[in-house]
Write a protein that binds this ligand. Structure first.
Ligand SMILES: Nc1ncnc2c1ncn2[C@@H]1O[C@H](COP(=O)(O)OP(=O)(O)OP(=O)(O)O)[C@@H](O)[C@H]1O
Length: 308
């Protein structure tokens, strides 16, 4: 569904250039439900805005379904935004018209594209648990209910991809849980590919895969494994997503990878490191820690204890 390679986005404001995406690679399969996490400023929203056709990349490759996002004409971009992709923001006010009913709000994007399908609009509102509030004006609905209307709106034109930027950010945790459950069932029932950008780590348990972005590049990913109980967890390893995900570091085409800062700090590695290959694993350590021919580490033993 999504294939990004070497994606670059540079924002230019006055004399300052900000490189928000620095050669990002990401592939998302058809029908996958995945989450993107990362610190503030890491480039998550930039990526989502590019995938949603709201912003143009500076360089690289970004393909969504049949569309090449770097080569689309303005007319194709409009068609893409109306038909292929649905967008949900944290601030759902951007998606909604306050003086129209929930039902009318869902019908609006259909009308813009041609014709309203009332039966489908009702089906969507029922799917998000709002069958009893279809006639209510948006101003009469709670924040969580408005967020659910926003989800129905995003699906109005039967998009194959839904992008959600912090969809649980402005609602309480019970509503957030409900919103995520709705995503899960839409993903299962309608086969929609769903990409969620979030700070909310509880999202991880609901999705197939979590990808972390650091400094505008994908760094680590966690893939859900079925039937795991956590017995295989490595003691001391970070396990932000509990025991149900296997953690991978992401390599780009040139073999570059980002090592989690916590590992570097724990090893005392700053600008340079030694790298060894023992025939099965690559071992990284601080300068001076390389193993000799007999397996001894200079200045220390292989088990990490100091030699005298
Ligand atoms: N329109 C813009 N003009 C200039 N710089 C921008 C613009 N939008 C984003 N940036 C910069 O690009 C970088 C990535 O921003 P982005 O909003 O994608 O991060 P984010 O991971 O979504 O952060 P947050 O979690 O805080 O929303 C940041 O350094 C940000 O300041």
């Amino acid at each position: 569904m999504i294939h990004c390679e070497g994606l670059v986005k540079i924002y230019k404001t006055d004399d300052v250039e900000v490189v928000a995406l620095q050669g990002l690679n990401l592939t998302v399969e058809d029908g996958e439900m995945m989450a993107i996490i990362g610190n503030s400023g890491s480039g998550k929203s930039t990526l989502l805005n590019i995938l949603g056709g709201l912003d143009r990349p500076s360089a690289g490759q970004a393909i969504v379904g049949q569309w090449n996002l770097l080569k689309m004409t303005p007319e194709q971009l409009i068609e893409y935004k109306r038909g292929t992709v649905g967008f949900i923001w944290q601030n759902n006010g951007r998606n909604l018209v306050p003086y129209l009913s929930a039902l009318r709000n869902v019908e609006l994007p259909m009308l813009i594209r041609g014709k309203a399908d009332r039966a489908y609009a009702k089906q969507l509102l029922a799917a998000v648990g709002l069958e009893h509030r279809m006639g209510s004006r948006l101003a009469q609905l709670s924040g969580g209910e408005q967020q659910r209307v926003a989800i129905a709106i995003a699906l109005a034109n039967r998009p194959s991809l839904v992008l959600a930027d912090e969809p649980t950010g402005s609602v309480d945790s019970a509503t957030g849980e409900r919103v995520l459950d709705i995503f899960c069932s839409l993903n299962r029932e309608f086969g929609v590919t769903i990409v969620i950008v979030t700070h909310d780590l509880s999202v991880a348990d609901k999705v197939d895969r979590v990808v972390a972005i650091r400094d505008g590049m994908t760094s680590t990913e966690w893939v859900k494994r079925d039937g795991e109980t956590g017995e295989n967890e490595v003691p001391g390893a970070p396990h932000a997503f509990g025991d149900r995900h296997e953690e991978f570091v992401v390599l780009d085409r040139a073999g570059r990878l980002q090592i989690p800062k916590s590992y570097l700090d724990a090893m005392g590695v700053e600008e340079k490191a030694v790298l060894e290959f023992d025939g099965r694993r690559v071992i990284l350590g601080p300068p001076g820690s390389a193993a000799g021919v007999d397996g001894q580490i200079a200045g220390g033993r292989k088990d990490g204890t100091e030699t005298s």
